[in-house]
Design a protein around this ligand. Structure first.
Ligand SMILES: *Cc1c(COP(=O)(O)O)cnc(C)c1O
Length: 350
């Protein structure tokens, strides 16, 4: 607390990211990073950013990157917004679409940054409890909301909803902006992309942090109707004209253009997820059906915190959430097949 803080700063409940440890020999399965390096083509593109390019401000509109993303998703550049990680894109979206609109609804078990932005921007919230199987009951979404947001697949459960159900939701809430956070969609969920031209209230948010192995670069983007994108641009240009630096624009563009490497690394992770799931089940764990690069698992022989601590002592870091309905569970990021075997071996001894 400081007497210099603005009103409300003392009462904020900031997001707490997973531990970023550089400890040697630590197997880090706690923040859903890709176990694979970014595309070599992307690394090359960033290495060849020239001094002259860096001397200047970057393109404030990231035109080349947006054109590349638009072509990749068969959209037009005015349907694409880019930002400094999807966290920033989501923050801008909360400001652009949810302030003064009524209650924002998200699942009770979901990305824990949503309530943080809501508090920052004074947006009232209401939660939609996930069902007994931890799935989002989209059909039970209340009426007359100021906004709707959920990840697909959901985090930290990994459970996906079908595009058909998202389409029905959009139809039932035509006057409410619905944000589908597709941070993990590449690992197996159905994207809502093809609904964009039909629904002007749909915003899809994506990131290069997970499936493209670029969490350190900070690039995320949003796809939606041009009027929604214009709202995001207005907020961005009232905050920071240059959220993407020259390295980020060059690296992201090259990554999106390297489809073979992307497909190959995603397929490796999906295969390792099945290895991890089966191994956990064989050890007596209950594992939720995941369409993401992590699984949520529990084994009531120990509490979530006890499992977390026991693994930590064996130099394996997984994520535990000390929250209602989640405290028995561990969220485990899918690593390489070798990393998965190391984890399973450690669990065998516990
Ligand atoms: C990781 C994650 C993000 C944030 O990704 P960045 O682009 O790295 O900011 C957003 N939403 C969900 C659900 C995530 O898990």
């Amino acid at each position: 607390m400081s007497r210099f803080w603005s009103q409300g700063v003392e009462g904020l409940h900031p997001y707490v990211p997973g531990e970023q440890s550089n400890q040697k020999g630590l197997l880090k399965l706690n923040t859903n990073e890709s176990p694979y390096a970014p595309s070599p083509v992307a690394l090359e593109a960033m290495a060849s950013v020239s001094g002259d390019l860096l001397r200047r401000y970057p393109d404030p509109e990231s035109k080349a990157l947006r054109a590349t993303l638009a072509a990749y998703h068969t959209l037009t550049p005015d349907q694409v917004f880019v930002g400094n990680g999807s966290d920033e894109v989501l923050g801008f979206a909360f400001r652009a679409f949810f302030v003064g609109k009524g209650a924002l609804c998200f699942p009770d078990i979901s990305y824990s940054f949503y309530p943080v932005w809501a508090q920052l921007f004074d947006i009232p919230t209401t939660v939609l409890p996930v069902d007994d199987a931890y799935a989002i009951p989209l059909e039970a979404m209340p009426e007359n909301l100021g906004g709707i947001i959920f990840p697909n697949p959901n985090a930290p459960t990994g459970i996906a909803v079908t595009r058909k159900r998202i389409e029905a939701l959009l139809r039932r809430h035509p006057d409410t902006v619905v944000i589908v956070d597709e941070a993990y969609v590449d690992y197996g969920a159905e994207t809502a992309l093809e609904l964009i031209d039909q629904f002007d209230n749909l915003l899809i948010v994506r990131t290069l942090s997970k499936s493209r192995g670029l969490a350190g670069l900070r690039v995320g983007y949003a796809l939606g109707d041009a009027a929604l994108i214009e709202g995001l641009v207005r907020v961005k240009d009232s905050f920071n004209s240059y959220p993407l630096d020259a390295f980020a624009q060059a690296g992201a563009l090259a990554s999106v253009n390297d489809e073979p490497y992307f497909q190959e690394t995603v397929a490796e992770v999906v295969a390792a997820r099945e290895l991890l799931t089966q191994g956990l089940v064989d050890l007596g764990f209950e594992v939720l059906p995941s369409s993401a690069n992590f699984v949520l698992a529990r084994n009531l022989r120990k509490t979530g915190l006890e499992w977390h601590q026991a693994l930590r002592e064996r130099n394996i870091l997984v994520r535990h959430f000390n929250k209602p309905r989640l405290s028995d569970w561990l969220r485990i990021t899918v690593g390489t097949p070798e990393e998965v075997r190391t984890l399973l071996q450690a669990l065998t001894l516990l």
